[in-house]
Design a protein around this ligand. Sequence first.
Ligand SMILES: Nc1nc2c(c(=O)[nH]1)N[C@H]1C(S)=C(S)[C@@H](COP(=O)(O)O)O[C@H]1N2
Ligand SMILES: [Mo]
Length: 397
Amino acid sequence: MDSKPPGAPRRLDRRLDRPLPAPPAFLRRGPFREGAFTSALHEPRTAVVLGRWLGAALLLCFVAGLTSHLLQDPPHWPTGWLPSRPVNGYRVTQGLHVISGIAAIPLAGAKLWTVYPRLFEWPPARSVLHALERLGIAVLVASVLLELTTGLLNTLQWYPWPFPFRQTHFWLAWPAVGGLLIHLAVKAPLIARHWRGRRQAQLTGRRGFLLSVGAAVGVVTLATAGQSVPWLRPLNLLAPRRPGDGPDGLPVNRTAAQAGTVTVPPDWKLLVDGPRPYRLSLAELRELPQHDAELPIACVEGWSVSARWAGVRMVDLLARAGAPAGSAVRVTSLEAAGPYRVMEMPAPYAEDPLTLLALRVDGTELTADHGFPARIIAPNRPGVLQTKWVTRIEVLG
Ligand SMILES: Nc1nc2c(c(=O)[nH]1)N[C@H]1C(S)=C(S)[C@@H](COP(=O)(O)O)O[C@H]1N2
Ligand SMILES: [Mo]
């Protein structure tokens, strides 16, 4: 591919790293005319440098996202495999997922700009293999752009589509990553040729362009990562959430009003349903031994914050109901309807001494928005499973 027979009639296209034939005369206009793309930066070395950053961001985003997904939606493997530790596990994987996804947005823009003249290469396909390669790139680009768009809108809590976000986002990740790996394999020789900077010709403008892209990535990362990384909080200017804002100094994902104004009946009692079912009023719950734990709420939408929770241990509630060791539980909220009204908790979380039915946070009684009269807080769990306004705990077989 690289050989350039001297004197052969061809358009020697430095940008594309390959000699190409010219399109037919009637097509030689607009983006198809020779010299349509004037920037010298539509060239492979720039594409390789940006591709390295983008590839790293996308692979990190994928691995972190997959881990988060498994923590929220465990496959039906033997119970007990799901770890309730490390305490901050989901907080870290989901934080990294959103940080690397946001960083990938300017990188994807710059990378696509660098290579987009190839959209107009002539002939559109030189062979069946080449046609397949281009089809693969179409799948890669489409799925990556959809992933970045839906993911970004999710961090804004905006779901302007009819399909379920998380499942769609999960399934689209596979063509994106599959397409990326195939793309890397197909382009391996070209990538290898342009991998090392020292062997490349100096090109005016490349350095400046790469530095600007790097600066853009730095700015969007630093200005949003503070929603999950505590020491970056002062720089958190662009993220939709500021940990620290909200009742009890904690953000609220869904307020009591948004959940259909959760009303706590005056005679509210927690029902613990097991071999020896019982009910406890709030006053009775407060009489039980209280424990506290420093645990984060880590929302799928990208923000997370740690707080000091206090209440009754789940293990103690279950023991009192005569639950056998290794029991999973189902928790139901007072909320009338909503996807997080009922939650199931596998045994490793239910047994973890840090898992609480919390009555207080940071020294004060829970507010309505944070789940009064009682809420679940467990280590290494996605925020969506930290059920608020709890009214029933059932022991599952
Ligand atoms: N019953 C119920 N519990 C819920 C929710 C909900 O909608 N209903 N939202 C969850 C989500 S998505 C998150 S991130 C956490 C946020 O807790 P906070 O609002 O107290 O910060 O609560 C979770 N608990
Ligand atoms: Mo959430």
